[in-house]
Unconditional design. Structure first.
Length: 129
């Protein structure tokens, strides 16, 4: 989405929108976002459209911390899969669980038969234990 800058953050009228699929892993989604941004830049370099005011509910999100990547101890498989895949991005804290003195970090998830997740697991000793 290309937004006209105004005093309030992300509140300006919208020049253009480009749909983005949320299928696949985090890296794939980020790549599609970059491709959508390039399309918007190309379109706007030819002709600047008239911006349309935003409407609807305002959403705000707090800044993520590494602790936000912790997987819950009880959840649906689909929720766990989505959390692992969306955090599977370079330079982003991966989804993890702590087990005793170890942190198990999960990347590259695949959903199998809708009730199993296959993933790569990296096991690290928790510092200070």
């Amino acid at each position: 989405m290309a937004i006209k800058m105004i005093e309030e953050l992300d509140a300006g009228p919208v020049y253009l929108r480009e749909p983005i699929s949320l299928l696949g892993g985090g890296e794939e989604i980020v790549l599609r976002i970059y491709q959508a941004i390039a399309k918007l830049i190309d379109k706007m370099s030819v002709q600047l459209p008239e911006p349309i005011p935003q409407n609807g509910e305002i959403y705000s999100f707090k800044r993520r911390t590494p602790a936000d990547s912790a997987l819950p101890t009880s959840a649906e498989i689909k929720y766990l899969f989505d959390k692992i895949r969306i955090l599977d991005i370079e330079n982003y804290p991966p989804a993890y669980i702590e087990y005793g003195d170890f942190r198990l970090e999960f990347t590259r998830p695949s959903l199998r038969f809708s009730d199993e997740i296959e993933a790569t697991v990296k096991i690290k000793k928790i510092k200070g234990t």
